[in-house]
Design a protein around this ligand. Structure first.
Ligand code: DLL
Length: 440
């Protein structure tokens, strides 16, 4: 983008973020050995998994032994509901988070004070990448509660010493008023909600020039580079991607620097791997597959080779920002979010990329999938851009044709496109719901 960047990214802990590969692997190996011993001695399900694989902690000497260890999946955590995966006594847990998912049963994660300190540290490193300093004002519009978004961004901003505004989610007019009047320099929320805030500024009779925003950390859901351009245009900021998951640690497991071409994994705390989701074999750098994490500094509920279901690639090498930590690409989608339409694998993020290539439409859309006469049928409802009235029939027809052709060429499957009036698609204050699959 031609826009002048406002954010000055700095390295919060160069002593960990800029290690050579051999230094990083030595540190990871030492921490891995300690973690494996800790879970073997303190967590029944891990002792059972390792006994079954005929492994003892002595078999795990370095990161190259990681592949010997069994995987952990969400189902394991649910089976052990609520506290069966703890590796520390209940009295040592100072905070408990949980995520609901679609199947109903909660996935519980307990944090010791050590784990909260780890989380605050990685969240601080992450916000530093978005330029947050002691002089910043950080507006946190992720939900506070069992969801880790709000508290994670909060801990990171406070660790840096920034003024933190715990706005939490909801009440858009109040959010905008606080952002403007308190002079927030940074915004933290889901990218879909940030877009919504951006489009509401004008409608609320406000002017973006009266805001002091320079940057933000947006995550908790997949979003495309095209969505970033739109967000940066609307809010006049540098919009960076922040990644995390409750099971490993909330936001801050990885974060994009100002190079804007991948997110640095905080790999002195969380070792990443990419595996083939079918054969479960580890894949080399550069291959697309499922992301797996092993936590190596947590004590309350460390996880070994946790399968995230998120699909992406990892790359190694020194980044132009100076950091040497492994980078993960944008998440293409979750393997369990993949739609199979007429036999073709389709990710909502590919549809978003196609839509965002067409001018005249907004980033608000909803995908419906039905089965009619034994055939999969996809309809995509998309709002027209706010400044375009849906009464110029010829314009509408040409936009519709362009979207149809983009979608077809991106994913190889045709879709019925319905253009709707601005504001007609339901907004989400947290993670956006993009797909409604009505097939049996
Ligand atoms: O979403 C933690 C978080 C909060 C991350 C705020 C970033 C910002 P969960 O609710 O457990 O935790 O959901 C984790 O969300 O496995 C991904 O599928 C998805 N996800 C999180 N961040 C990103 C991102 C939080 N930056 C699940 N890009 C993960 C794409 C993301 N997907």
């Amino acid at each position: 983008m031609a826009r002048q960047s406002k954010v000055k990214d700095y390295i919060y802990q160069p002593e960990y973020e800029c290690l050579s590969r051999s230094e990083m692997e030595a540190l990871q190996s030492e921490r891995l050995r300690k973690t494996v011993k800790h879970v073997y001695e303190n967590c029944k399900p891990y002792r059972a998994k390792m006994d079954e694989a005929k492994l003892t902690p002595a078999d795990i000497r370095s990161v190259s032994d990681l592949c010997k260890l069994p995987f952990t999946v969400k189902h394991d955590l649910r089976e052990a509901y609520p506290f069966g995966f703890y590796s520390a006594p209940q009295r040592d847990m100072v905070e408990i988070h949980a995520s609901s998912g679609t199947t109903g049963k909660l996935t519980v994660v307990g944090y010791t004070q050590n784990d909260i300190d780890v989380w605050a540290e990685v969240a601080a490193r992450s916000l530093a990448m978005a330029g947050v300093t002691k002089d910043s004002i950080v507006h946190v519009a992720y939900g506070y509660g069992l969801f880790t978004g709000g508290l994670g961004a909060h801990y990171g901003a406070q660790k840096i010493g920034a003024s933190t505004v715990p706005a939490s989610a909801g009440n858009t007019i109040r959010q905008l008023t606080l952002l403007r009047d308190f002079g927030a320099t940074h915004l933290c929320c889901t990218p879909s909600y940030a877009i919504y805030l951006g489009t509401e500024i004008q409608k609320a009779g406000m002017n973006i020039e009266d805001f002091s925003l320079v940057g933000g950390a947006f995550g908790a859901e997949p979003w495309t580079y095209q969505m970033r351009d739109e967000l940066e245009r609307l809010l006049h900021i540098d919009a960076l991607d922040i990644y995390g998951l409750s099971e490993i640690s909330g936001p801050g497991v990885a974060m994009e620097c100002m190079q804007k071409n991948g997110s640095h994994v905080q790999e002195d705390h969380f070792i990443p791997e990419i595996i083939d989701p079918v054969t479960l074999e580890p894949l080399p750098f550069g291959s697309e597959g499922e992301l797996v994490f092993t936590t190596i500094t947590k004590t309350g509920q460390p996880l070994i080779r946790y399968r995230t279901r998120d699909l992406c690639t990892l790359t190694a090498g020194k980044c132009a920002c100076g950091r040497t930590t492994v980078k993960m690409s944008k998440v293409k989608g979750r393997s369990d979010d993949m739609l199979i339409i007429r036999g073709v694998n389709v990710f909502p993020s590919q549809i978003e990329a196609a839509i965002m290539n067409v001018s005249g439409v907004s980033p608000h859309y909803m995908i419906y999938v039905d089965r009619i006469n034994n055939l999969d049928v996809m309809e995509i409802d998309i709002e027209l851009a706010g400044d375009l009235a849906p009464d110029k029939v010829s314009d509408i027809e040409s936009i519709k044709k362009k979207v149809e052709s983009e979608v077809n060429s991106y994913i190889g499957v045709s879709a019925k496109i319905k253009l709707c009036e601005s504001g007609s698609i339901r907004r989400s204050e947290g993670k956006a719901v993009r797909v409604i699959d009505r097939r049996e």
